[in-house]
Design a protein around this ligand. Structure first.
Ligand code: NAD
Ligand code: MG
Length: 403
């Protein structure tokens, strides 16, 4: 039996992981489940899956969980505090760590899993965006196994098959195609983009996701962040990765080889497929995902992204080329800008403007430790708040002239 710890068990990836595990009870034991503060959800997961440990970051919430578990006589060790995320990620009983916490809060525990030589099923994008070099170095140094859960990266991993991360991208690879749906505004008149609402931005055509990531999909910043992820995961250069808009979201990414072969991974847009692949690799297990109905598909289309419509892509490419803290700054400024858009403080096209201004005002530094990445993140947030405020003051709520 393989021991699995899920960091961020109550989230969307965590819940999908538990669904896959529940279909494969003969292979996996659940060692620890963690949550930030959602006691009710973690409690019902504990009742169903009976882990050895439950970690709730918030101490008050942890006390509530203890009381609830006692009332049903469940003997599960409840821990609180961020340091215990690292602890359960490093436990001897833990073989696999599903890194599914959202945001910078996931950095430390991903690194702890790498240092403890675990198999890491990585969903948390920020680990690579904010501290890619540090994390990949720890993975290599400690011979940890890294399997990407993000659907595109999981697809690329499947297409590369025998890829060995520590040796760089093979000479046999000509190009990585990172596919993207293009979001809800792929065809919207450019002049109308400034007046789109958060509700319109959150109406993703193919995947059902949270509001922040839905906006990232509409601006294509999500693809920019994924390009950064792909560069770290596959030791690729920015120019090795071509973003391709594929509105049907059936192909999850592709790899072209020097002999002209293009390998693609297809499937339903359901995160249980990449999760099951990462759990079972190099084998396969049931995921609960239904078959792809090839005969109901009328066409598979591809387009190059329009950089005037999606300026976030080039901002991400430039940040990755610059390196150091710049991708962390890009990510932090974007989070503030997206929240300001969701709060109706700035217009949709102002999101990229905020990120661009924050990057322009930032001085390059290397990332030698987590503290540097986390500081770059908090400094960029402060700067982004100022930029948002200054836009609101002069009524510049996203006034790029598209004429
Ligand atoms: P989510 O918001 O649904 O869940 C996040 C989880 O992290 C929850 O369990 C929450 O309790 C925990 N958490 C939040 N803040 C925390 C904190 N400060 N400290 C400790 N735990 C905290 O997020 P999600 O959609 O499951 O995404 C998780 C990660 O996976 C993100 O980095 C996301 O970008 C990435 N990802 C998600 C998807 C998807 O389809 N949902 C796809 C690809 C990648
Ligand atoms: Mg993705």
């Amino acid at each position: 039996m393989i021991g699995v710890t899920i960091l961020g068990a109550t989230g969307s990836i965590g819940t999908s992981t538990l669904d896959v595990l529940s279909r494969n009870k003969d292979k996996f034991n659940i060692i620890a489940l963690t949550a930030n503060s959602n006691v009710d959800k973690l409690f019902s997961q504990c009742e169903k899956f009976k882990p050895l440990y439950a970690v709730v970051v918030n101490a008050e919430a942890a006390d509530k969980l203890k009381v609830k578990l006692k009332s049903v006589s469940l003997d599960i060790q409840v821990l609180s505090g961020v340091e215990n995320l690292d602890y359960v990620a490093s436990l001897n009983e833990t073989d696999y760590v599903v890194a599914a916490i959202v945001g910078a809060a996931g950095l430390s525990s991903s690194l702890a899993a790498a240092k403890a030589s675990k198999r890491i099923l990585l969903a948390n994008k920020e680990t690579l965006v904010m501290s890619g070099q540090l994390f990949m170095d720890e993975v290599a140094r400690n011979k940890a196994t890294l399997l990407p859960v993000d659907s595109e990266h999981n697809a690329i991993y499947q297409c590369l098959q025998s890829f060995n991360g520590s040796q760089g991208l093979s000479d046999e690879v000509r190009k990585i195609y990172l596919t993207a749906s293009g979001g809800p505004f792929r065809k919207t008149d450019l002049k109308l983009l400034d007046s789109v609402t958060p509700e319109q931005a959150c109406a993703h055509p193919n995947w059902s996701m949270g509001r922040k990531i839905s906006v990232d999909s509409a601006t294509m910043m999500n693809k920019g962040l994924e390009l950064i992820e792909a560069c770290w995961l596959f030791a690729a250069k920015v120019d090795d990765v071509q973003i391709a808009i594929h509105p049907q979201s059936i192909i999850h990414s592709m790899v072209e080889f020097i002999d002209g072969s293009v390998m693609a991974q297809l499937g339903q847009p359901d995160m249980r497929t990449p999760i099951a692949y990462a759990l079972a690799w190099p084998e396969r297990i049931e995921s609960g995902v239904q078959s792809l109905d090839l005969f109901s598909m009328s066409s598979l289309e591809f387009e190059k992204p329009d950089h005037a419509r999606f300026p976030c892509i080039q901002l991400a490419e430039n940040a990755m080329r610059q390196g150091g803290i710049m991708p962390a700054v890009l990510n932090a400024a974007n989070e503030i800008a997206v929240q300001a858009f969701l709060d109706n403080e700035i217009a949709f096209m102002a999101i990229s403007e905020v990120v661009e201004r924050v990057l322009a005002q930032t001085t390059y530094h290397e990332v030698n430790d987590i503290k540097r990445a986390v500081n770059a993140d908090s400094d960029a947030r402060l700067l982004a708040y100022d930029v948002v405020k200054s836009m609101a003051t002069v009524g510049l709520t996203g006034s790029k002239n598209h004429a």
